[in-house]
Design a protein around this ligand. Structure first.
Ligand code: AMP
Length: 422
């Protein structure tokens, strides 16, 4: 194929044809569950003040250090394409005075996000996420509900082999004293650490647990863990959250090394994984509590929790276990025609079928009945409506039932009723 003059930007992709079926189904199913649990949709601008993300996500994170798409407007404002959803939702919560509404305020979003990452399989520079945020309630039952809502979405999507990893990274009290303990430990192991982790020891020591470098794995296994150093309040919160998850029979396991990349998390953090056919673990999404973020961004102290899932990752997981057929539109009637009078009758008949909510596929541009029938059989339509030249003149149509092989000729104005009868 000749190379097109214009290509999509590196790390970005088109969502077309069959993939759109998955894409729409995932969003539909997620929105149905969000609505059921009382979350309402929020759409925020794709661009926000760059500082909102620097402050919200934290300056010493991959996102702030190297992954943001930023621009200066003609008016001199510095804006950034949103790399994640929570900071924007919190900005809106504060700016729109949502603290005056009954708490918690439960919101969800769906849309594209942008990170200037190194492109690789399953990692894009523009990718889609859906996410939810519950702001204004500190109780652990909210943590359990958020995790349950996400699990319900994956179950409605018919995904299998889902696991949930969960941890608590404490609050200001216990995390600060734990950080000191961790830094002391990391300094004592400095000669065994990769260069990134040497830097992290100073800037953001908890990120050491995200390191994939083989060099650091032994140090990680021996490191003191925050979960063993929680204050009483954080310990009780975590224990209660796990008890609710037990009641719901959700498949979770505690991962003491799970810290998540962003600065704003407190207490509960979690991630969802799916095991692929190749026995690989694929991260679908994650989230956690962020009890200090609203205050940090200029609002009143407001406990909150949220999470986000990657839609492309979910699509990948669905393809992996061949959920293709379940997401093909079914029961579509095929409308075949021969000759220009039949084409014009078909156009009118299609309007009646649409008003009766009967899904139709046509090949109006084709003249050969053979080609049209081949397409009908590819789609697997139960009914084929054929308007030949003779039928067109007499205002008739042939309805062929592909399951029984029976066919009958009926007046055009009775086609809808016959198809509805089945
Ligand atoms: P995060 O906000 O980094 O926790 O990401 C939440 C989820 O979004 C991840 O588990 C992925 O499923 C998805 N995700 C994050 N970054 C990307 C990316 N660059 N490309 C595709 N999906 C992504």
């Amino acid at each position: 194929m000749k190379k097109a003059k214009f290509q999509k930007p590196t790390g970005m992709h088109d969502i077309i044809f069959g993939d759109q079926r998955y894409f729409r189904s995932i969003i539909n199913i997620a929105e149905n569950i969000f609505n059921y649990y009382g979350f309402s949709r929020i759409d925020t601008p794709l661009l926000e003040d760059e500082d909102l993300f620097l402050k919200g996500v934290g300056e010493a994170t991959d996102i702030s250090e190297k992954e943001m798409y930023t621009l200066k407007t003609k008016g001199g404002d510095r804006l950034a394409l949103r790399p994640e959803g929570t900071a924007s939702v919190v900005r809106s919560y504060i700016e729109q005075g949502m603290a005056n509404r009954p708490q918690p305020v439960k919101l969800y979003y769906v849309g594209p996000f942008f990170r200037y990452e190194r492109p690789q399989a399953g990692r894009y520079r523009q990718f889609w996420q859906f996410g939810l945020e519950s702001l204004g309630d500190a109780s652990p039952v909210i943590d359990a509900q958020v995790i349950n809502v996400l699990y319900a979405i994956l179950m409605d999507l018919k995904l299998k082999n889902i696991s949930i990893e969960i941890n608590s990274i404490g609050d200001k009290e216990c995390r600060n004293s734990y950080k000191k303990m961790l830094v002391k430990y990391l300094k004592s192991k400095s000669s065994s650490l990769c260069s990134d982790c040497k830097r992290r020891t100073k800037d953001n020591p908890l990120r050491f647990f995200d390191c994939k470098d083989p060099k650091c794995q032994a140090v990680k296994a021996e490191a003191p863990k925050i979960i063993d150093n929680l204050c009483e309040d954080c310990h009780a919160h975590f224990k209660q959250t796990l008890e609710y998850l037990d009641e719901l029979e959700l498949p979770y396991q505690i991962n003491p090394c799970l810290v998540r990349g962003l600065d704003y998390y407190t207490k509960t953090v979690f991630e969802f994984f799916v095991t692929t056919k190749e026995e690989k673990s694929l991260a679908l999404g994650g989230g956690g509590r962020y009890d200090y973020l609203v205050k940090l961004l200029g609002g009143k102290e407001t406990p909150a929790i949220g999470a986000a899932f990657g839609i492309e990752r979910i699509m990948q997981a669905m393809k992996d276990i061949n959920l293709v057929d379940g997401f093909k539109p079914k029961d579509r009637v095929f409308l075949a025609q021969i000759g220009s009078l039949a084409k014009s009758k078909s156009l009118v008949l299609m309007e009646s079928l649409r008003k009766a909510k009967i899904p139709v596929v046509e090949s109006l541009g084709k003249d050969s009945l053979k080609i049209q029938m081949a397409k009908a059989s590819r789609i697997g339509s139960k009914f084929i409506i054929i308007i030949g030249q003779k039928e067109a003149i007499e205002n008739l149509a042939i309805i062929k039932n592909m399951e029984t092989g029976r066919q009958e000729t009926v007046p055009l104005d009775q086609v809808v009723a016959k198809i509805k009868k089945g």
